[in-house]
Ligand binder design. Structure first.
Ligand code: 8YV
Length: 331
């Protein structure tokens, strides 16, 4: 029969995804589960018919330049393609796909977890008991957080995840506000009773909680700049489950240290996997809750992502347009 395509997968995936990949393709798995080195990535793009990278691989123009004749598809295991130079790929005739939809609800759940955890001092309370016996007993004025219900939530980026966050937040009694390049459909706005802010600056200045849910692109790099972050209210909280570089992290740290905003819940960072030690220190004081990029990390989600990758590869190999093709950005 036909020769199976050589599919190089850069990271360890759930067992059942790997088993399926082995059945369908000439799958080269990463059994050690550490990020590939640069030489390994170069070797991979030279040989592979299909590359399956994750967020820990930088697939930039220089790497794509070195791709072999065979490489025709980069099927990203993940939604964000900020680490992949999609235009450089397009110029070489390489198609790029991602895994949208299947991680929307999980990421929205984690956004809510952070949104609740910071104002209600969840990690502070938990670590107090974990560290042993500092609880002198309940008192009426002890461990007071801030109420969530009735507050204003401003969502930066009202796509699939932003909308899923809005639905949850509405059920928690928050009023929904959003900034987006375009207004969302009227019926979605009506359902969420959402207020559209054309001006991000104005929205930032008026919200109690800001949630970042847009993709990282050259246009959103430091979208929450030092100037914009300074517009936020001193009692406001910031949550980010999107990408670290959308926020000027140094500026955020400074505002938190100076008490110019109340707190932050962060699942993503500018320099992953390195977390700014100042943020770690703020976390130990309960000012921030920091998580190691766990937004979509559910067993079910990872399996669904794997299935999506497989569908994209199979559709492409069969000569059709894969369902989750990513087009180069028009900026
Ligand atoms: C993953 C993500 O952790 O899909 C994304 O954009 O950030 C997460 O789902 C990672 O990207 C998998 O490659």
């Amino acid at each position: 029969g036909k020769k199976k395509p050589l599919v190089v997968i850069t990271r360890k995936l759930p067992d059942q995804v790997e088993t399926r990949m082995r059945e369908l393709f000439d799958a080269r798995l990463n059994l050690e589960d550490r990020p590939m080195s640069q030489p390994e990535l170069v070797a991979a793009v030279k040989e592979a018919d299909v590359l399956v990278p994750t967020v820990t691989d930088r697939i930039d123009a220089a790497l794509i330049e070195q791709a072999g004749e065979n490489l025709k598809l980069i099927a990203n295991f993940g939604n964000g393609v900020d680490k992949i130079d999609v235009s450089a790929a397009a110029k070489r005739g390489i198609t790029v796909t991602n895994t949208p939809n299947v991680l929307t609800e999980d990421t929205a759940d984690m956004t809510m977890a952070l949104l609740l955890a910071v104002p209600r001092r969840l990690t502070e309370g938990a670590s107090l008991l974990e560290s042993g016996g500092k609880w002198a007993g309940w008192a009426p004025t002890w461990m007071l957080g801030r109420r969530i219900w009735g507050k204003r939530l401003g969502i930066v980026g009202m796509g699939r995840i932003g909308t899923a966050v809005a639905r949850r937040a509405k059920a928690f009694g928050l009023s929904i506000h959003y900034h987006n390049r375009n207004r969302v459909l009227r019926e979605v706005e009506d359902e969420l009773e959402a207020t559209y802010w054309e001006s991000l600056d104005q929205m930032l200045a008026r919200m109690d909680i800001i949630s970042v849910n847009c993709p990282s692109t050259p246009a959103t790099f430091h979208l929450l700049s030092a100037r914009r972050l300074a517009l936020m209210q001193p009692q406001a909280y910031l949550v980010n489950t999107a990408r670290g570089d959308i926020i000027d992290e140094d500026a955020l740290v400074k505002l938190l240290q100076e008490g110019k905003i109340a707190g932050a819940g962060l699942d993503v960072f500018e320099n992953e996997p390195v977390v700014n030690p100042k943020l770690v220190k703020l976390a130990s004081k309960g000012k921030v809750v920091i998580l190691p990029h766990m937004g979509s990390a559910t067993m079910e989600g990872r399996i669904d992502m794997g299935e999506k990758v497989i569908i994209n590869i199979r559709t492409f190999i069969d000569g059709h347009r894969p369902p989750d093709r990513v087009l180069p950005l028009r900026l």
